[in-house]
Unconditional design. Structure first.
Length: 119
């Protein structure tokens, strides 16, 4: 049985989903203190928070409400966790010696695509 999503596309799908959800939540009325944020500014803020770059277009402490700041904190946490998880997986898969036990563990847990081979 062939899976429609390859393991290599999971990071892209994960980050796109987190950024899209963050954009919607930051654009919601409960996220801003006084003024509404534009869609492009909400997208930029969500992308920056998820990619853990720290770039902002508005002052986070004064522009966003407590709920908006919590959304940004959640995006930072999800982005950092995603970066560490996928980096760890990449280092694990790029090792020169991959034992049979490691191949079986990775194959059963992460890579359900039978056409994928670990070297």
């Amino acid at each position: 049985m062939k899976h429609p999503i390859s393991p290599f596309s999971l990071p892209i799908i994960f980050f796109a989903g987190v950024i899209g959800t963050g954009t919607l939540l930051l654009h919601a009325p409960f996220s801003a203190s006084d003024h509404a944020i534009s869609w492009i500014d909400a997208l930029f803020t969500a992308t920056s928070a998820t990619c853990v770059t720290g770039l902002v277009v508005v002052d986070t402490g004064t522009f966003f409400s407590f709920a908006g700041q919590a959304v940004i904190l959640g995006l930072i946490q999800a982005g950092g966790l995603g970066i560490m998880t996928f980096t760890g997986l990449a280092f694990y898969l790029l090792r020169h010696k991959v034992s049979l036990t490691d191949r079986i563990a990775v194959g059963k847990n992460l890579l359900h695509d039978p056409s994928f081979h670990l070297g």
